[in-house]
Ligand binder design. Structure first.
Ligand code: HEC
Ligand code: CU
Length: 444
């Protein structure tokens, strides 16, 4: 309704404005009037009411300067849509979201959460205050038809300026007290009772090792409930040769703790814990290349007894060893494919869960629920596809790279065994991939 009224009215108003805009020479117009005259010229030119012949104007009057009619309403619709979108994040699906930092599940996350609220409230009060004051002032002193007054010009107001320097400084100081206290609190060494775990961020997967138990695993960090876990975060495995050693990652399990950067050449530490058994989702929170978005992981919290059982099982040898005790490999088996035909042993360890290699330790692969940095559930189909052509499942830069990385040889991630086969090497068939997958799925 409002729109049509404006539209019907428009030609008449425009004609009137064109009338007034026509003859006035610019020298005798004030700034505002001059501006108004410019717009009038545009409209008039469009409407064909009269043509602008002043050369100075032509260049500056390009672009669509038609007055916007329902700008306010459009803004309102956009704002409503934005609010709806934001609120959509708060539906019951939130319970299924495993990465909700507003749902703390550990004492560490709890501390961050109790800091979030007071600071959040201060931020909202300040934000709403400043935005409303800005909007109010813009509206209160807006341009009005017929009123051509410049606002009173003032130069500095000492009281105001001291005020808006001191108040934010005070606010920041107040907010800093609990923030800094929490930072120090969370950085405290949890003491000797904590479980030590070394976390290595690689391109693009996580290795977790338990130095006391001498266990190396990947994708899933198993921890006992109710006990602090002290993490040593590093992006290098000490070999230094690997290109995957050169980027920064960030370790983040939103429900259990804050974020911590994983920096090459610098060891960071952090402490987390889990109150209840369960699976907590984590992921890399620092862009680290092609497959950064796939660099996930899980923290699986088990009761202390179940955790010990798990650890004991990880310490055992493989269900099926790669080679017989006399060192020979049974011909025609998955073992031959792994050690000879495709030489997976160049990058993986299948026989000893205490060692780390270029790729994940696969000694007890079948005891995990996911693989490929938590991107896929571990089942035969996924695993077969992976062994056959891993880069088609996760972007990697290892397309024609079957050997461990050498200087100048960019090898990151798992190579494909069915595409871009290097000269003199075998190309994998699906049947072979399946055979290998069957073998791996028995490695509990
Ligand atoms: C050039 C080194 C290299 C070779 C050779 C290689 N892999 Fe991998 N493999 C990797 C890397 C690196 C990863 C981790 C990639 C990722 O998760 O993004 C990986 C991941 C895997 C995984 C998933 C493990 C997990 O915990 O996520 C399996 C299973 C696997 N490889 C099996 C094999 C098999 C079987 C072969 C031989 C046919 C093989 N690999 C050959 C480097 C290699
Ligand atoms: Cu990363």
């Amino acid at each position: 309704m409002g729109d049509t009224a404006i539209m019907e009215d428009a030609p008449r108003t425009r004609a009137r404005r064109c009338e007034t805009a026509k003859p006035t020479p610019p020298e005798i117009l004030g700034t505002q009037k001059l501006l108004r005259a410019k717009f009038a010229h545009v409209e008039c030119r469009r409407a064909g009411d009269f043509t602008v012949d002043r050369p100075g104007f032509a260049g500056r009057l390009e672009g669509d300067m038609t007055p916007r009619r329902s700008g306010g309403r459009r803004l309102l619709v956009a704002a409503a849509a934005a609010v709806t979108l934001v609120l959509a994040g708060c539906n019951s699906e939130m319970d299924k979201n495993g990465q909700n930092s507003l749902r703390p599940r550990s004492s560490q996350a709890e501390k961050i959460y109790s800091l979030f609220w007071p600071i959040g409230i201060v931020a909202v009060v300040v934000g709403v205050g400043i935005v409303s004051a800005t909007v109010y002032l813009a509206w209160r002193f807006r341009y009005r038809e017929g009123v051509n007054e410049n606002p009173k010009q003032i130069h500095g107001n000492t009281r105001l300026e001291i005020g808006w320097t001191v108040v934010p400084a005070l606010l920041l100081a107040i907010v800093a007290v609990p923030t800094v206290a929490t930072i120090f609190d969370l950085a405290k060494n949890p003491g000797p009772s904590a479980l030590q775990v070394t976390v290595e961020g690689k391109q693009w997967w996580w290795q977790f090792s338990y130095p006391d138990a001498k266990v190396v695993t990947a994708d899933e960090m198993v921890i006992p409930t109710g006990r602090d876990v002290h993490l040593h975060l590093t992006a290098c495995d000490g070999s230094g040769a690997s290109k995957s050693c050169n980027v920064i990652h960030s370790f983040w399990v939103p429900e259990l703790a804050g974020k911590k950067d994983v920096v090459p050449g610098h060891d960071n530490t952090m402490t987390l814990s889990a109150d209840k058994p369960g699976t907590y989702l984590g992921q890399c929170a620092e862009y680290c290349g092609l497959s950064h978005a796939n660099m996930r992981f899980r923290v699986i919290a088990k009761s202390p007894a179940d955790f010990e059982t798990w650890l004991g099982q990880q310490q055992q040898g493989p269900v099926q060893p790669l080679s017989e005790s006399d060192g020979t490999t049974p011909a025609g088996d998955a073992q031959t494919l792994i050690t000879k035909t495709f030489q997976c042993t160049n990058c993986h360890i299948f026989d000893d869960s205490s060692k780390a290699a270029y790729g994940p330790n696969l000694t007890h692969l079948a005891s995990r629920t996911t693989f490929a940095s938590g991107s896929y559930p571990l089942n035969k189909q996924n695993l077969t596809n992976w062994v056959y052509d891993a880069p088609s499942m996760v972007p990697m830069s290892s397309q024609d790279c079957r050997l461990p990385p050498a200087p100048g040889n960019i090898c990151v991630g798992m190579p494909s065994f069915s595409q871009n086969t290097p000269k003199g090497q075998a190309t994998m068939t699906r049947a072979q991939a399946e055979q290998i997958a069957d073998f791996l799925l028995e490695q509990q």
